[in-house]
Write a protein that binds this ligand. Structure first.
Ligand code: ZN
Length: 266
């Protein structure tokens, strides 16, 4: 089964994981810029990270026939110091026109602070200035609903924003409706324990349908599973979803959303 992994943090993964993804049918993988498992001590740390995302990971993925794309930003977890965040953002123009950079992400909120929100809005403006899509991270656990509402309110203030070019990721049962009703795309992140398990994600699909939804594994530095998308597809089959329905959620939908970036060519 061919599929697209639209949100994976491969900098925290081994080369063996690339091999497993390829064996499972992954043809395209997209890596948003995020926390890398530790707080970077200077903007230089991000300079090297952006080089890793734009130069080294595409080569590592290519050895297994996987096309690697990325998104750029300073993540909300390290954006609470606005001075530091703006230093990192000043590096983005040097990378933004590289051939595998899809857009701005994953921006968003972590602890829902005023500074995080200010930096979030500056990133949205940056994406608008370059006419690029946006990938948004929503906070965890008890901060998720409030954070999602803050993000939706903030986005509503950008009158020129094309909502079909924005995906709000890590939705769960209590936030997916808010995001879809507002006209945005929504991403479901499949984690073994927190966020959505495969079965919870399939429940959501059965309730909300599969328009403007994608699934991803995140597969970051924490307990996560790089194969959770194909495993979820297998579970969909067990629950009597048709091959077309499965192909739509694991390939067609991410293809459709990502094709809005001028760099997404496969
Ligand atoms: Zn992520």
């Amino acid at each position: 089964m061919r599929y697209i992994e639209p949100h994976a943090h491969m900098v925290s993964r081994t080369t063996d994981d690339y091999e497993k993804l390829a064996l499972a049918g992954c043809e395209v993988l997209c890596e948003p810029a995020f926390w890398a498992g530790f707080d970077r001590s200077s903007a230089d740390g991000f300079y090297d990270y952006f080089r890793q995302l734009t130069e080294y990971e595409p080569r590592r993925a290519a050895r297994f026939g996987i096309k690697h794309f990325c998104w750029l930003c300073i993540n909300p977890k390290e954006a609470d110091d606005p001075g530091f965040a703006r230093e990192v953002m000043a590096l983005i123009p040097e990378f933004i026109d590289k051939e595998t950079v899809l857009g701005i992400g994953e921006i968003g909120l972590n602890k829902n602070t005023r500074s995080e929100l200010a930096i979030f809005e500056e990133h949205v403006q940056l994406a608008l200035d370059h006419d690029l899509p946006i990938l948004i991270h929503t906070p965890h656990l008890e901060d998720k609903l409030k954070g999602t509402r803050l993000i939706l309110d903030s986005l509503a203030s950008f009158s020129k924003l094309d909502r079909s070019k924005v995906i709000i990721d890590h939705v769960e049962e209590h936030t997916v409706g808010l995001v879809l009703d507002a006209g945005f795309w929504a991403g479901m992140t499949l984690y073994p324990e927190s966020k959505c398990t495969p079965n919870r994600a399939i429940d959501i699909l059965e309730v909300y349908g599969s328009e403007r939804l994608w699934m991803n594994s995140a597969c970051d530095w924490g307990i996560s599973d790089p194969l959770s998308v194909p495993k979820c597809a297998l579970e969909m089959r067990r629950r009597k979803h048709t091959p077309e329905q499965i192909e739509k959620i694991v390939f067609d939908n991410p293809y459709k959303f990502l094709s809005q970036s001028p760099r997404f060519r496969i």
